[in-house]
Each structure stands twice: as structure tokens, then as C-alpha cells.
Design a protein around this ligand. Structure first.
Ligand SMILES: [Ca+2]
Ligand SMILES: [Ca+2]
Ligand SMILES: [Ca+2]
Length: 432
């Protein structure tokens, strides 16, 4: 009898806890049946550290099923230690608007605070984000990232102290930022330490691939011997790589020692490949200043890249090197052949099948990335037409394990090219 009472009690507690945890968030948290976040109340529950062990754990899948306006609501960051974010968050192409992340006494701030290796954040838009960090890492989407971030975008303002980025504050060694963009204005103000600010990423030790940054960037250090590094894409590219990216914002740095680059402030033992920048860089320094169209300082390798401002790098120190790096006029930036001549892979060229870049006609715009065009419009000419059906057919039934995987025809981002992608293409064709 006693056993039955205890068992019933435990069962009631179990049932209560299940309902208390799930609340209005439906789903099982599996890949097949992810947790579904439908409104601001759900998101507040998802960001509540009380439920971190449930929603942020490794192998747990969650997704947005609607756009959510968070106007007037302040939320804590997702992934606050000791429960870092290790799950998989899919925005499903939805937008969180007016995101205001609560200022905490933690070192790191962003919608996500710590995203660890194995975790992912994808297909998520943050519009009119407001992030204000007082200590080390601050990013509009993520403060510290060692996971995979893909197809995310941010607009708004990000202010921080040490490593500040429009999308990610610090992208660590395992971190990958793919097919993302930031239009956020980014600024770092440090009184007693060095400051690093970038339009997309503050400091990069991982990989940034096929990304765009269009916001303005400012870095300030008030320390006596302080260094301010500012880049329109990344403040510092220390040990990582930046490939097939571009930046258009203006950059300024102010400190005793300054490094300002229209793409990257400080390129350490790192790679910059197939990138361009069109913005201006400027700096105020009481002792030393390095300013360049691509990098303020280059100690690494810059290849096959373009800028509008000369010199391409303000200071190059051994073993820094430049290979096929050019400063061209803004109209020169609208000629496809200058890029294909040094190996860039465009839609409808002979330089490979990844087709990362696109410029169907000379003299209109500098190159743009494949994901900037509407779904279904995968081939030249611009607009969805029979030529796009042909491009889809050429990659039909491939998947991401295939050497010939054509990512830009994977329109629903499920790593396979099949009928689901054709339906998306056909829908956009009919809408025209
Ligand atoms: Ca190509
Ligand atoms: Ca087309
Ligand atoms: Ca697909």
C-alpha cells in the first residue's frame, strides 16, 4: 500500500514536471519533432535558464514557427553557464524583431551567450536588435560561438567592450559562420583594455564563408597603451579564415595604437581569400596608426581580393603576404572578369560549380553572393525562368555527401536536391 502511494506521488510529480517544462511549447525536441516556438511567451520560456537543461541540451532540436515581435520585452541570453547552448535552433526563415537582450554581469552577451561545438543556429533573422555588453564578448546573435551558424541575419545596434561583432562577438576555432549577413552598426568602447570590433564578427579564429557585412564599425580604447582594431567584416582575423565575403561599411578606430581595415582590422596568422570591401577606413592614434582598404595590419595571407581604398593593407609584416590583391575604382568593381581572372567562382562561368558569386551583367553592382537572390533564381539571367529549372536538373538528386553538391540549388536547405526544391522554384516562378 505504502509503495502504491509513493508510486502515485512520484507519477504525479513526473506528470506535473512534464507539463510545467513543456508549457505551451509543443514538440518532443527531436530532429523529427522539434520543440515549436510560436510566440513571445514561448520564447521567454525558451530563454529562461530554469529550463536550460531541457531546451539547450546537446541533441535537442527547436524551431520557430512564426515571426515574433519582442517590442517591450527584455529577455536573458540563451546558453548561460553552466548550461551552455549545445542544441540545434532553426529559425525556419522567421524573424525575431526588436530583440533586446538583458544586460547581465556576465562576460558574454548576445541572443545566444555561449554556443558550443556541435551546436547549430540556422535560418534566423534578428531585426532591430539591441545588444549592450559591458565586458568581453558581445554579438547581435551570439557572444561566443564554437558551433555552426548558417543563413542568419542581423540588423540593429551592437555595443560592447572588448570583442564586439554585429553577428558574433568571438568566433572560436571550431566556429563556422556560413551564408550570414549583418547590417548592424557595431561599436566597442573599452576604457582599460584593447578593443576589437567588426561588422559581422569581433574576433575570428574559426571560419567565415560567404558572408556580407554592411554596417558601420567603430572601435575605441582609452587605455594608455591600448589598441583599437576595427574591420567592416571582422575586427581581428587571428587564426581563422575568411573566404568569399564582402563588406561595404565604413570603419574607424581610436586609441594609442590603431588598426583599421575596410574588411579586417588585424589579420594575424590567418587567411583572407576571395573577398572584397568598398567602404572607407580611418583612424585616430596618439602613437601609431595602420589603415588599409582590406586590412589595417596583415601578418597572414591575403589572396585574390579587392578593395577601393589604397593601400590594401596599412602594414605588412613577415610572414604576411599578398597575392593577387588589387585596389580598384568602384566602377572597376562592377566588371566580372577582374574576379574570374583570379579564380572566383561565379554563376554561369567556367570556374567551377560552387557558383558562390553572381554578376549576370557588368556595370550594375559589385559581385553578390548566391543566397542574396530570391529562392529559385539560381542561374543567370536574374529572375526565375526555364534556365533555373535547367540548373536544378543538373544537380538533381545530389546531396551534401556528393562531390558535385550544388548548395545554391538546395532551396529548402535540407542537404538534398529533389522535388521539394523544384516545388519552391516553381512557386517563385509562378509568383512573378
Ligand atoms: Ca561557376
Ligand atoms: Ca534566373
Ligand atoms: Ca533540398
Amino acid at each position: 500500500m505504502k509503495f502504491c502511494v509513493v508510486f502515485s506521488l512520484l507519477f504525479c510529480i513526473f506528470i506535473h514536471s512534464v507539463y510545467a517544462i513543456n508549457g505551451s511549447i509543443t514538440g518532443q525536441g527531436t530532429k523529427e519533432d522539434p520543440y515549436q516556438i510560436t510566440d513571445a511567451a514561448d520564447l521567454q520560456k525558451f530563454t529562461d535558464p530554469t529550463y536550460g537543461n531541457v531546451f539547450w541540451a546537446a541533441g535537442v532540436y527547436s524551431q520557430l514557427v512564426a515571426d515574433i515581435n519582442l517590442d517591450g520585452i527584455t529577455i536573458p541570453p540563451i546558453g548561460i553557464p553552466p548550461i551552455n547552448f549545445m542544441g540545434h535552433f532553426d529559425g525556419n526563415g522567421h524573424v525575431l524583431s526588436n530583440v533586446q537582450v538583458e544586460l547581465l554581469s556576465w562576460n558574454t552577451v548576445g541572443l545566444f551567450m555561449n554556443v558550443l561545438a556541435g551546436a547549430s543556429v540556422r535560418n534566423l533573422g534578428l531585426e532591430n536588435v539591441s545588444v549592450l555588453g559591458q565586458k568581453t564578448y558581445a554579438g547581435g546573435l551570439i557572444g561566443y560561438n564554437a558551433g555552426i551558424v548558417t543563413h542568419c541575419h542581423v540588423t540593429g545596434t551592437v555595443e560592447g567592450y572588448y570583442q564586439v561583432g554585429g553577428l558574433v562577438g568571438w568566433n572560436d576555432q571550431n566556429g563556422q559562420v556560413l551564408n550570414c549577413s549583418s547590417a548592424a552598426d557595431t561599436s566597442g568602447f573599452a576604457s582599460d583594455i584593447h578593443c576589437t570590433a567588426g561588422g559581422l564578427v569581433g574576433e575570428n579564429d574559426g571560419a567565415i564563408v560567404a558572408c556580407r557585412a554592411t554596417g558601420n564599425v567603430h572601435a575605441y580604447s582609452g587605455k594608455d597603451t591600448g589598441v583599437a582594431a576595427a574591420g567592416s567584416l571582422a575586427g581581428k582575423n587571428d587564426r581563422g579564415s575568411i573566404q568569399n565575403c564582402y563588406a561595404t561599411g565604413n570603419v574607424s578606430a581610436e586609441a594609442t595604437y590603431t588598426k583599421a581595415g575596410s574588411l579586417v582590422g588585424h589579420n594575424g596568422g590567418a587567411l583572407i581569400l576571395n573577398c572584397y570591401s568598398t567602404g572607407n577606413a580611418s583612424a585616430i592614434a596618439t602613437l601609431t596608426t595602420y589603415v588599409g582598404g582590406l586590412c589595417g595590419v596583415n601578418l597572414g595571407t591575403v589572396r585574390a581580393s579587392f578593395c577601393c581604398m589604397s593601400p590594401s593593407c596599412g602594414y605588412i609584416s613577415w610572414p604576411g603576404m599578398e597575392q593577387n590583391v588589387f585596389c580598384v575604382s568602384s566602377s572597376g568593381m562592377q566588371v566580372r572578369s577582374i574576379f574570374t581572372d583570379v579564380g572566383w567562382d561565379f554563376v554561369d562561368d567556367g570556374n567551377g560549380t560552387e557558383d558562390t558569386w553572381r554578376m549576370c551583367v557588368d556595370g550594375v553592382n559589385p559581385p553578390r553572393l548566391w543566397w542574396e537572390f530570391s529562392p529559385g533564381d539560381v542561374a543567370c539571367p536574374d529572375g526565375v525562368a526555364i534556365t533555373d529549372v535547367h540548373a536544378l536538373a543538373m544537380s538533381w538528386l545530389t546531396d551534401d555527401s556528393d562531390l558535385n553538391f550544388y548548395e545554391n540549388t538546395d532551396l529548402n536547405d535540407d542537404q538534398k536536391i529533389n522535388m521539394l526544391d523544384f516545388i519552391i522554384l516553381a512557386t517563385h516562378w509562378m509568383e512573378q
